[in-house]
Design a protein. Structure first.
Length: 159
């Protein structure tokens, strides 16, 4: 009886102090981190940070799991994919088949796709919003399911 009560108190204390670990997204973990150095991202991974020797408390925050790094869309991806996509494209671990090449997006896209998406597509996808004069209806996709694929980032496309 007392051991169960003790475990419940410890669990509630941990959730209160560190937050609910279920709030982190795909490829993230809850960790106690300091402000400096900042979390590694595709943009800052080559920068060496010199942090002051000031004692500050760590703060609970969702950070990328080991081996993952943040892209410009704030999604944790494998570091190898930072350089994989170039130009207007950016890597996503899970996306629809027909939304993958910016150059042909006006011919084949989410609303005009002959391929039924039944699994996650691990590749480069168009990063930028297309000019509104080319396409009429905006499509907003947030945490949803595409086939067996859970998309954990928000992307806005004009189609």
């Amino acid at each position: 009886m007392y051991s169960q009560l003790f475990c419940c108190v410890i669990f509630l204390f941990a959730v209160q102090c560190y937050g609910d670990p279920m709030l982190c997204s795909m490829n993230e973990i809850l960790d106690c981190v300091f402000e400096c150095p900042p979390e590694k991202s595709c943009r800052n991974r080559e920068i060496k940070f010199n942090c002051l020797d000031v004692i500050t408390p760590c703060r609970p925050k969702c950070v990328c799991k080991k081996g993952y790094i943040r892209n410009s869309q704030n999604v944790c991806i494998l570091e190898d994919y930072c350089e994989k996509c170039n130009g207007e494209n950016e890597y996503y671990s899970c996306g629809p088949h027909c939304d993958n090449v910016c150059a042909t997006l006006h011919e084949m896209n989410q609303t005009h796709c002959p391929i039924v998406n039944i699994r996650c597509n691990d590749k480069c996808y168009c990063r930028n919003v297309l000019p509104s004069q080319q396409f009429q209806n905006p499509v907003r996709r947030t945490k949803n399911t595409i086939g067996a694929c859970h998309v954990h980032q928000t992307r806005v496309r004009l189609l």
